[in-house]
Design a protein around this ligand. Structure first.
Ligand SMILES: NC(=O)c1ccc[n+]([C@@H]2O[C@H](COP(=O)([O-])OP(=O)(O)OC[C@H]3O[C@@H](n4cnc5c(N)ncnc54)[C@H](O)[C@@H]3O)[C@@H](O)[C@H]2O)c1
Length: 313
């Protein structure tokens, strides 16, 4: 297959591009390096099945024009703002990089008659549904972050484009993804803070925020597994792990792995890290497990592996 990967120079995108190339696909990668890095994708340059375009996908016309001579069997759309805290400071960030990138991709697919799409959505679309088991068919969703709102708006636009243009779409709603090449988030913050001061660690909230963390290679396995044969219409899956890890537990693992003892934790208080943060949620994973896929890493394992990666880097 010849595939387009948007956001392919980013954290998850880099792993996906690698797997798609290893599976013998021709891969065209698009990124504007907002958060992705040239060095992440340099290693693919020697592969004759790989091509890169630096394009800002928000500019629908420029994006369509730049790629007008390329033909694709499928698009993996990963480009988005992945930094929810950055988006919380300026709603335009998610309007542009999370919603408009999706619009541009859909419009490109319509004009080029491309029928297959993978979309990377998020647990953030569910909003703050405390105590509810989150299933894919839950209605009346009220996202609380601009990021969650822009992803949910994207899912809705995808639904209409899918109906109007006979698309086959695989949408994954995943929780925090961690592993090699991670660029930001709680683990990164803790490592940086501890390197600056190994005696004390500031923890946002009260440390009880508890979420599932999926290891990036588990997620990529699942993407490959589920996009081999996409049914017509829109298929939506929660993809994650059954286990969850609290922020305090992450701090413990980071301290253990970096060899820091007797660190004093200073909690900023409240049960959320920042406004728009969803402190706890519980995914129902029955639908994805029924396909035969299961994650290999628990949340704690994924955190530990990620800290080891950052340490060795
Ligand atoms: N990492 C997570 O925990 C997580 C969780 C749920 C969903 N997701 C989704 O998965 C996808 C990949 O996330 P990631 O963690 O690899 O993030 P990332 O920031 O590393 O990757 C996103 C890539 O998109 C690129 N990009 C952003 N705006 C662009 C634009 N206008 N034009 C071209 N390129 C643009 C960035 O430069 C970056 O390389 C995103 O859609 C994200 O929302 C991530």
């Amino acid at each position: 297959m010849k595939v387009l990967v948007t956001g392919g120079a980013g954290f998850i995108g880099t792993h996906l591009v690698e797997r798609l190339l290893n599976e013998g696909n021709e891969v065209v990668c698009v990124d504007n390096f907002t958060l992705g890095k040239q060095e992440n994708v340099d290693k693919f340059n020697e592969n004759s099945n790989y091509k890169f375009y630096k394009i800002d996908i928000n500019d629908t016309e420029a994006f369509c024009k730049e790629l007008e001579n390329e033909e694709f069997d499928m698009v993996y759309h990963l480009a988005a703002n992945s930094d929810i805290q950055k988006g919380a400071k300026n709603p335009l960030v998610d309007y542009n990089d999370t919603f408009m990138t999706t619009f541009s991709v859909l419009e490109f697919m319509r004009r080029k008659n491309i029928k297959k799409l993978f979309f990377s959505s998020t647990s953030a679309i569910y909003g703050n549904e405390v105590g509810k088991m989150l299933t894919e068919d839950l209605g009346g969703l009220l996202p609380i972050s601009y990021y969650g709102g822009a992803k949910y708006a994207s899912e809705n636009f995808i639904s209409s484009y899918a109906y109007m243009n006979d698309l086959s779409v695989m949408t994954f709603r995943f929780p925090n993804v961690i592993g090699p090449n991670l660029t930001h988030g709680v683990i990164y913050d803790f490592v940086k803070k501890l390197q600056a001061n190994p005696n004390e660690l500031e923890i946002l909230g009260d440390g009880t925020q508890t979420k599932p963390y999926i290891y990036v290679l588990d997620l990529v396995d699942c993407i490959i597994h589920m996009t081999k044969d996409i049914p017509s219409g829109v298929s939506i899956y929660n993809v994650g792990v059954e286990t969850a890890t609290s922020v305090t537990r992450i701090a413990d693992i980071v301290c253990e792995e970096l060899g820091y003892e007797n660190v004093k934790y200073n909690y900023t208080g409240g049960n959320v890290g920042w406004k728009g943060d969803v402190p706890k949620f519980q995914y129902n994973l029955d639908k994805i497990h029924a396909t035969g896929w299961n994650a290999n890493y628990t949340s704690d394992d994924a955190v530990r592996e990620t800290v080891r990666y950052i340490k060795n880097k």
